[in-house]
Each structure stands twice: as structure tokens, then as C-alpha cells.
Design a protein around this ligand. Structure first.
Ligand SMILES: Cc1cc2nc3c(=O)[nH]c(=O)nc-3n(C[C@H](O)[C@H](O)[C@H](O)COP(=O)(O)OP(=O)(O)OC[C@H]3O[C@@H](n4cnc5c(N)ncnc54)[C@H](O)[C@@H]3O)c2cc1C
Length: 500
């Protein structure tokens, strides 16, 4: 995938998509696959906004059942299954244990009823059936759990995914279907015909500073938490349409348990997760109103304290301590404005058309991105036939491929554990990465002792996956920033490889 800025100004596109998070990427993919000429502009790197800051779950959302959002849960469970089939290398079914304590806000009978409903709603899209766990069963599944006041537990299934890479694979598919996709291009304003109908955007190449005009018959803005900023460029003084809320995660050194847990906070009755993640534990999330600019988000000491205290209550044998935090990350939920506590606001999406003809995508969950994209393209471009664009299963960049891993290992003379590792990131495209090592033994070398990642992946990130800098590679292409790197050598090593 080549970042060719000149191609953006050479023609008028059928569709211009603003925002290269998961929704914008999928909209561009579906429209391009249906035959439209598409431009996709992202002001930072692909998925640098909310789409790399999620809890990394494709889930129905057990907790939405208590708000009676049955349609949202049913749709999410179906989408979870579609993505699991499309990208088994990036989406893994995972059992979740829900231990229930005497003073928990939701009693055991309610949680049991919830998982029964959950499985019923998933129908044939199931990833595994729930089971009820007695006090003894719960402690044998998760020996580190606090036994005081434990009433029992349930186990149900959801899926863990790589949010940044699923987004990237949608961009790569859009590119494959002919879209012109460019990261680090910021949309600064809309161009309007006689001040009324939007016909294009004024944009800036963030890397060179060069300004440019990009024209299109239809514009869809999928700017996540930045949507209100772009609405204001279209309609100055417009009422805010979003209720942004902040969510913070901690990557904690050591794997608290081999199980994933859905837990109930005693401080504010919210639900939060402790999930095995790259050999460590992902703990999150918080959910608080956020009224600052989306570019200034960060985890505060209070966010971290909240998560460590709540996790510490359930796992008393672990002395949760801030010094064992590998990294934190914070994202903004671009929720549609509503009243009530942040965690009670619906995760449903809305697609609105302004008088200028610009479509704005708001709200939603990562899990339902394909449905959101389908609806956005159908609304904005009813002339396209999406049915023919991907008849059959949803396909992502690393989908398919049935060459045996053993044969690949032999063909490229690399160890089996490396082949498995690469397959877990690139799916069937692992072969493209290994092709780079032909005649370049140096590209088979590990980047750093903290992971199995090899030098060829750095080159592939730059030349195929449009990474523009070391952060793009470390954070979103290879996910190295989540790892415990004692040598702290990844960045320096990557800089060296990029010089070759
Ligand atoms: C803490 C947290 C946990 C979550 N966990 C889950 C989960 O486990 N499962 C789930 O299903 N959902 C989850 N979600 C929700 C999910 O992550 C979001 O719904 C989804 O990522 C939103 O994607 P998006 O494309 O709309 O927004 P974004 O990913 O934010 O993309 C918008 C993009 O637009 C770009 N942009 C903005 N302005 C401009 C401009 N002027 N020019 C060009 N580009 C621009 C931004 O840089 C950004 O990359 C979570 C959200 C949060 C915050």
C-alpha cells in the first residue's frame, strides 16, 4: 500500500471518507469493493484514535442486557461471529469468568439469567456455551480469587481481538479494491458549492505541510471523538452531538490468571475486566465524562488508583502496585449525546446527513463496525449494490490461506514458533513477510529480546502497511509497546533496521 498524495488531487472521487479509525476504514473498503472510487484520509496513523484504545473485545456486551438493549446485543453477537470467521488470526474466542460476591451490585441469579439470555441471543453465532460454577468450581478455575463472600460464578464466551490490526486490514482491503488511502492527511475545512453543498475538503499533508483540495460527490465523516469539531466546520455553532467519555486501561506485569474476568466495581457498580493479554494482564476500563480536546487525553493517577484498587479487592494475593504497570492507554468513546451516567449511555450508532450533504457517523461499538459501515454506505450511496461487493463471507487482508505452517517453516528455513507468531499477526500474509527474507538473512533477526518479532516485520510495516514512523510500528503494527521490554531497546533497533 503506497501513500501517494498526488493521486488525491488528480480526480474527483465518488466518495471521500474522513477518519481512518475502524468505521472509516470499513466504509472505504465496502464502498471501494462495490465499485466506487474512494479517498480515505486520516490525520494521524490508521487506528491511532479510539480504534487502538479499546478493551480489544468483540463482544455482545453482557452488561447491555440490564439496559434491555436486546437488539444491540443480538447484532453484536452476530458481528462477533462474522469477524471471528473473517480473521481467526486476530480474533480469538475466550472464556470469561464472572465471580459474584455477597455485596456485588448484581446478584448471582441475575448474572445467571444474563448469560442464559446472552447464549440465546447468540443463536448459531455462538463461540461456546455458558456454564454455572459453584464456590468450589470457581476457586479451582481461578485459584487466586478472593474466597470471602464469594457466592459462585458463571463462565461465558466472548472474543479477544487486535483492534489496531483489524482496522489496518480494512484499510489494506480498501487499497486492494482501488481506494486511495493516505494517513497523516488532516481535513481542515469543507469546500462548498455556492456556500451550500459540500463538494470536497481542504486538507493538509501533515508530513510535508502541503495544503491540497480533494473533491468528491459524497463525503462521509467517521471521525470518532473529533466528530463535533468537524460538524462545527460544516455548521458553525452547531449543538454538540457527542457525549464523549474517557476509558483508561492498564497493562499490568504478570498474568493475574489464565482466565479472563468480568468483575463488578464496588465503588460505582460499573463492570470492568481483567484479561490475559500478551503474557500480562489488561485491566480496564474506567468510564468518565471527557470534555477536553480529544488530542489531550491521558490516564490520570485517579484512573489508575481506581483500577488497581478494584482489581486488588478481587485478587488479594497480588499486591497491585503502580510500579508493575507496563503501560497505560486511554481512549474516548464517541457516544451519541444523552443524559444519565456515562456507563448507561447507549452504544448504538447514529448516521446523520447535514444540509450540506455531508454524512456523519456517530457512536457504535468496535464489534458492530461492519454493520455501521454497511449502513453508512447504503445511506450515502444508495446507487451502489453492496450485496455484490462481498457476496459470501467478509474477507480481511489476512483471511484464508491453507498452506501448512510446517511447510512454510521449511520453505523459509525459520523456526516453527516464529511461523506461528507471524501467523497470529498476519494470517495468510505471513508468507509476504517471510518473502522479504529471501537473500536477506539479516531480516530474520529478532528486533529485540522482548518478543519474537523480526526485522522483516519492520520493513513490511513501512513498505506494505504504510507506517510512517517508529511509533506507528511499535504501537500499532507490532504492538510492542504493550510488552515488558527490560532492554528498552526496541525503538533503537527499529531505527537501525529502517536505515538498511
Ligand atoms: C476505553 C474504550 C474501550 C472500548 N472497548 C471496546 C470493546 O472492547 N469492544 C467494542 O466493540 N468497542 C469498544 N469500544 C468502542 C470502540 O473502540 C469505538 O466505538 C470505535 O473504535 C470507534 O471507531 P471510530 O472509527 O468511530 O473512531 P476512531 O477510532 O477514533 O477514528 C476516528 C479517526 O478520525 C481521525 N480524524 C479526526 N479528525 C480528523 C480530520 N480532521 N482529518 C482526518 N482524520 C481525522 C482520527 O485521527 C481518528 O483516527 C471502546 C472504546 C473505548 C474508549
Amino acid at each position: 500500500m503506497i501513500r501517494d498524495i498526488a493521486r488525491l488531487t488528480k480526480r474527483k472521487f465518488d466518495l471521500l471518507v474522513v477518519g481512518g479509525g475502524i468505521n472509516g476504514a470499513a466504509i472505504a473498503y465496502l464502498a471501494a469493493a462495490a465499485g466506487a472510487s474512494v479517498a480515505l484520509l486520516e490525520k494521524g496513523d490508521w487506528a491511532c484514535g479510539t480504534s487502538s484504545k479499546s478493551t480489544k473485545l468483540l463482544h455482545g456486551g453482557l452488561r447491555y442486557l440490564e439496559h434491555f438493549e436486546f437488539d444491540l446485543v443480538r447484532e453484536s453477537l452476530k458481528e462477533r461471529f462474522i469477524q471471528w470467521q473473517a480473521a481467526p488470526h486476530l480474533v480469538k474466542a475466550m472464556p470469561f469468568v464472572v465471580p459474584v460476591y455477597k455485596n456485588d451490585p448484581r446478584p448471582l441469579w441475575m448474572v445467571k439469567l444474563g448469560v442464559c439470555f446472552y447464549d440465546l441471543l447468540s443463536g448459531r453465532s455462538t463461540l461456546g456455551r455458558h456454564r454455572f460454577l459453584s464456590f468450589e468450581d470457581t476457586l479451582s478455575v481461578a485459584p487466586g480469587l478472593n474466597p470471602d463472600g464469594l457466592m459462585g460464578a458463571v463462565e461465558y464466551f466472548d472474543a479477544q481481538m487486535d483492534d489496531a490490526r483489524i482496522c489496518l486490514e480494512n484499510v489494506l482491503m480498501a487499497d486492494l479494491r482501488g481506494a486511495v488511502a493516505a494517513n497523516y492527511v488532516k481535513v481542515e475545512d469543507f469546500i462548498k458549492d455556492r456556500g451550500r453543498i459540500a463538494v470536497g475538503v481542504r486538507a493538509r499533508d501533515v508530513l510535508s505541510g502541503r495544503a491540497m483540495d480533494v473533491f468528491a460527490s459524497t463525503i462521509i465523516v467517521a471521525a470518532g471523538p473529533w466528530t463535533d469539531q468537524l460538524i462545527a466546520k460544516d455548521v458553525p455553532h452547531a449543538v454538540r452531538r457527542l457525549r464523549p467519555t474517557k476509558g483508561v486501561h492498564i497493562v499490568y506485569r504478570t498474568q493475574v490468571s489464565s482466565s479472563a474476568f468480568l468483575l463488578q466495581s464496588h465503588k460505582d457498580a460499573r463492570i470492568f475486566f481483567v484479561i490475559p493479554f500478551k503474557g500480562h494482564s489488561l485491566i480496564g476500563t474506567t468510564d468518565t465524562d471527557f470534555n477536553d480536546t480529544p488530542d489531550s487525553i491521558e490516564a490520570t493517577d485517579a484512573d489508575i488508583r481506581y483500577l488497581l484498587q478494584e482489581a486488588g479487592r478481587v485478587f488479594p494475593h497480588i499486591n497491585f502496585d503502580a510500579s508493575n504497570i507496563i503501560t497505560t492507554f486511554a481512549g474516548i468513546r464517541p457516544l451519541v449525546a444523552d443524559v444519565g451516567a456515562p456507563s448507561r449511555i447507549s452504544r448504538k450508532h447514529v448516521i446523520e446527513r447535514n444540509a450540506s450533504g455531508i454524512y456523519f457517523v456517530m457512536g457504535g461499538k468496535y464489534t458492530t463496525y461492519r454493520r455501521i459501515a454497511e449502513e453508512a454506505v447504503s445511506k450515502a450511496m444508495p446507487q451502489l449494490s453492496l450485496k455484490t461487493s462481498y457476496a459470501g463471507p467478509y474477507v480481511l487482508y489476512g483471511s484464508g490461506g491453507n498452506e501448512e505452517l510446517k511447510i512454510i517453516s521449511r520453505r523459509f528455513a525459520v523456526a516453527m514458533d516464529l511461523v506461528k507468531y507471524l501467523q497470529g499477526i498476519y494470517g495468510s500474509r505471513l508468507v509476504d513477510v517471510l518473502e522479504l527474507t529471501r537473500g536477506r538473512e539479516d531480516l530474520k533477526k529478532r528486533i529485540c529480546s522482548c518478543s519474537l518479532a523480526i526485522a522483516a516485520q519492520v520493513i513490511y510495516s513501512r513498505d506494505v502497511e504504510m507506517a510512517q514512523n517508529i511509533d506507528d510500528i511499535v504501537d500499532r503494527r507490532l504492538g510492542l509497546s504493550y510488552l515488558d521490554c527490560p532492554a528498552k531497546d526496541c525503538r533503537r533497533a527499529i531505527a537501525e533496521i529502517l536505515k538498511t
